[in-house]
Design a protein around this ligand. Structure first.
Ligand code: NAD
Ligand code: DAU
Length: 339
């Protein structure tokens, strides 16, 4: 492994992974292929932009011509696919892009992996494919019970990966991560949304009764987990990545407000997300057995994240004041009495 194609590398987790990879492995070269949707942002990569080992290509993973050109020109031997439509609420509004990118785009990348005989194709997946888990923890061989267009699209991508491994011998691995938090997360996801609203004394829209639970993990813990699977994982296998613990949304909201010294009265209960999954919980023992450990608890991950958003308002203020974000906010929260 030396020449990496990182798709979706201008997004939140992808950009953190690119930085991580270049810092950790001085001999690796990285090509980012990213369509630059509303969620893609070159500012996320500005500190690696001048690195001679880094190349950026704007393009769509569902466009086979672009994908094959990049594979050929950069002698790619490893693909890590972060590119996806990722926000559950948007998948409830407009599922098309989720099917196109998360399913068809994955297929195009797998075809390229097969044609070019890569050393590894790694798929970034999610704990959402297991569906809500009211008790216990999801293991990698559990049945998939997807409930949103987003999770159904991601599960379809996973199944295609496994099929390409079985049918064509493509050396595939998959990681299923829990909710990531940390630098450069687009402020539609709940933690950066709550932090940035709280900084501006705006209400925090809490869906339903706020007792839903998520495993908020620090993005660099997730990056380390992916690294371990790339270098020590078994081809054809799936690995869960998360802290292995959970936090209720209401407690996360209170923690954010306490860290910022803001009143709990900013929490505004609003109409629930349709089909809202109550709880995700991962069994991470398979990845631990490879020597990986999460370095942050949910609370520590949120604390670091709050600090980053306080210190990096240059990054999120232009996003939140932009036309795209404002239109989305109006559409998503207007009927909930917020916009
Ligand atoms: P993000 O929305 O921040 O970034 C997605 C990136 O993909 C953007 O840069 C976007 O421009 C790019 N993209 C979208 N469609 C594309 C296409 N057709 N071609 C090329 N690029 C395209 O997403 P994220 O939160 O960083 O998630 C990255 C991956 O991790 C996704 O596959 C997601 O399903 C998975 N994941 C996310 C989380 C989380 O908590 N955020 C948790 C587990 C798994
Ligand atoms: O679990 C991994 C998944 O985490 C990733 O695969 C997805 O890409 C990522 O978007 C995330 O999905 P969630 O739906 O869990 O994340 P979100 O930040 O949208 O919501 C987290 C919780 O917060 C969820 O219970 C819904 C709630 N919520 C969300 C928003 C946006 C609110 O209460 N209010 C909100 O305004």
């Amino acid at each position: 492994m030396q020449n990496f194609l990182i798709t979706g590398g201008a997004g939140f987790i992808g950009s953190n992974f690119v930085r991580y990879l270049l810092e950790r492995y001085p001999h690796y070269r990285v090509v980012v292929l990213d369509k630059l949707t509303y969620a893609g942002n070159l500012a996320n990569l500005r500190d690696v932009a001048d690195d001679p080992r880094f190349t950026f290509v704007q393009g769509d993973i569902a466009d086979a011509e672009v994908v094959h050109r990049v594979m050929r020109e950069h002698a790619i031997d490893t693909i890590v696919n972060f590119a996806a439509a990722t926000h559950v609420d948007r998948s409830l509004m407009e599922p098309d892009e989720f099917l196109r990118t998360d399913v068809f785009g994955t297929y195009v990348l797998l075809e390229a992996a097969r044609a070019f005989g890569v050393e590894r194709y790694h798929q970034i997946s999610t704990d959402e494919v297991y569906g809500q888990v009211l008790e216990g923890r999801s293991r990698e061989d559990d049945k998939l019970h997807t409930r949103s267009p987003y999770s159904a699209s991601k599960a379809s991508g996973d199944l295609l990966c496994l099929a390409y491994h079985t049918s064509f011998g493509v050396p595939v691995t998959i990681t299923r991560g829990s909710n990531n938090v940390g630098p450069y997360q687009y402020p539609e996801k709940v933690v950066p949304l709550f932090v940035t609203n709280a900084i501006d004394d705006l209400p925090l829209p809490l869906y339903g009764d706020g007792t839903q639970m998520r495993d908020y993990q620090y993005v660099l813990d997730h990056c380390e987990g992916i690294d371990v699977v790339l270098h020590r994982g078994q081809v054809g296998e799936i690995y869960n990545v998360g802290t292995g613990s959970e936090m209720r949304n209401i407690d996360m909201a209170r923690l954010v407000l306490d860290l910022l010294g803001k009143p709990h009265s900013l929490i505004r209960p609003v109409a629930d997300r349709p089909g809202h999954d109550r709880r995700y919980a991962l069994d991470v023992s398979k990845l631990r057995a490879l020597g990986w450990e999460s370095r942050h608890t949910c609370a520590e991950a949120i604390e670091k994240t709050v600090r980053w958003y306080v210190d990096n308002q240059w990054w999120w203020r232009p996003i939140k004041s932009g036309e795209h974000y404002r239109a989305y906010y109006q559409r998503q929260y207007g009927s909930r009495g917020l916009a």
